[in-house]
Design a protein around this ligand. Sequence first.
Ligand SMILES: NC(=O)C1=CN([C@@H]2O[C@H](COP(=O)(O)OP(=O)(O)OC[C@H]3O[C@@H](n4cnc5c(N)ncnc54)[C@H](OP(=O)(O)O)[C@@H]3O)[C@@H](O)[C@H]2O)C=CC1
Ligand SMILES: O=C([O-])CC(=O)C(=O)O
Length: 437
Amino acid sequence: MAMAELNLNPTKTHLHSSQLSFLSRTLPRHGHCAFPPLLRTTQHARISCSVAPNQVQVPALQTQDPKTKPDCYGVFCLTYDLKAEEETRSWKKLINIAVSGAAGMISNHLLFKLASGEVFGPNQPIALKLLGSERSIQALEGVAMELEDSLFPLLREVSIGIDPYEVFQDAEWALLIGAKPRGPGMERAALLDINGQIFAEQGKALNAVASRNVKVIVVGNPCNTNALICLKNAPNIPARNFHALTRLDENRAKCQLALKAGVFYDKVSNVTIWGNHSTTQVPDFLNARIDGLPVKDVIKDQKWLEEEFTETVQKRGGVLIQKWGRSSAASTSVSIVDAIRSLVTPTPEGDWFSTGVYTNGNPYGIAEDIVFSMPCRSNGDGDYEFVKDVIFDDYLRQRIAKTEAELLAEKKCVAHLTGEGIAVCDLPGDTMLPGEV
Ligand SMILES: NC(=O)C1=CN([C@@H]2O[C@H](COP(=O)(O)OP(=O)(O)OC[C@H]3O[C@@H](n4cnc5c(N)ncnc54)[C@H](OP(=O)(O)O)[C@@H]3O)[C@@H](O)[C@H]2O)C=CC1
Ligand SMILES: O=C([O-])CC(=O)C(=O)O
């Protein structure tokens, strides 16, 4: 007889119902298990299972030590020795992905994409570390329960918590989505301050406990300046690892160009969004291509490109809110997937993608020390380089200067959060998020 043992979490006063049901479903199939009486209330239990010699050995099953793994959730507290399972032999090492605002609308789409394998691939097991708040902790349990019930093979661990210093422990990816939405009558400067505080704290937490090479994607608005605040508060993590999500804007621009040209959107490439994720962003039609040709050779309507196309992309978020009554969540989650995949898979030959990154060392003459969306390429190792062969004309330069001025003004508003002295906030009048009308 072989023995397999399950050590139950000694710090928990009761087992989660999913642990109990998991035990009753799984262990008896492999042999006989002796469950101690009063399992539900026991402080420290050890379950022994006997396995007949001709039966498959139960993979070693154990709960995580709560000192090293904060608040694992339900069935995810049970982990197996992956090497013991035939179908997992080709799997890569588990990666830790932290997500803030995990009970929000965007996350409600994104988490299931991450867990399904469509982002990091079918051989990549993941651990999800979900950050919420006292406000959202119950909802977060609901999210974790839905993840349990989805039976994703690649999702090996889920933990939930409200302390970024615990949740970000060893994170290799941090997807920072949680942020306060701007309410009616709220000044944009106030939004920059409130959300800036969140991202300053999360930057500090990443700096203290995350992997030294963590890749950070800031989604919560105003995402460029939030990303700047975050990276300034995380001096031990390379500044180039921080991204502000502008991929949704790129996708929106591709869609509009495809519509106008009457082609499917896979024919549209080399689209750059320059600057801020705001209504000053610049969707670049000078360098973009349709079926390999410059856009201007296919769409000969310069007025449409400069006015209607540009404005449609800049304000798409607002139109969507008018229709939906809430901001885009599904398409944002798709664009986060695209943004991650662009960093973990090689960029197709001749193409590029847009991402908001730290400007130091950029070859375009953009002011240093801000987070600005620019064209990048990756060889798939999580890092990126700037694209060199882009062209500029007066129109593009002028538009870039405007979005650059906006970001420089935003930066002055948050000087108290970046360690650069006293904030002076004088924002341009038309400074708005894409979703604001
Ligand atoms: N960059 C981009 O392309 C896009 C960015 N966005 C931005 O993404 C962010 C999240 O959007 P979405 O998921 O739809 O929003 P939700 O309102 O559904 O969720 C936002 C989460 O933010 C958290 N939050 C943090 N601080 C506060 C606070 N002070 N007040 C209220 N909520 C707070 C809440 O979680 P908790 O209580 O757990 O902290 C909440 O669940 C927003 O900032 C939005 O503007 C949206 C679309 C596109
Ligand atoms: O403004 C918002 O909150 C929504 C947003 O960023 C977008 O749709 O691009």
